[in-house]
Ligand binder design. Sequence first.
Ligand code: FES
Length: 128
Amino acid sequence: MAQIGYSEKVMEHFMNPRNVGTIENPDGYGKVGNPVCGDVMEMFISVEDDTISDIKFRTFGCGSAIATSSMVTELAKGKHIDEAMEITRKDVADELDGLPPRKMHCSNLAADALHGAIEDYKSKKVGK
Ligand code: FES
């Protein structure tokens, strides 16, 4: 039986998540809750010349949330904030070779928290 519907990439990111942790005094911070399950995701970014130079996440989410966040941080790192803003949950799920349909809601957290952190960075910049 194939492992209960998870791709090898999902399992790999779940077992070895990238960029876990926090950034002290981040340039942008996003926090979202998942209305479906109540889990929470936090995303921290450092930005240089409008490019994401560092990114970390912390979550009280399930394995799919961990795998999608890990992937989102890999996709976003080194990208211009406008490009990173265009990363969708579908991009993340595609990069992970798909998620089981009932777990798609988990991938909202990662993309939404990233977008929240970018919005936070932009609003701080305007205020400067
Ligand atoms: Fe809550 Fe997946 S079940 S994020």
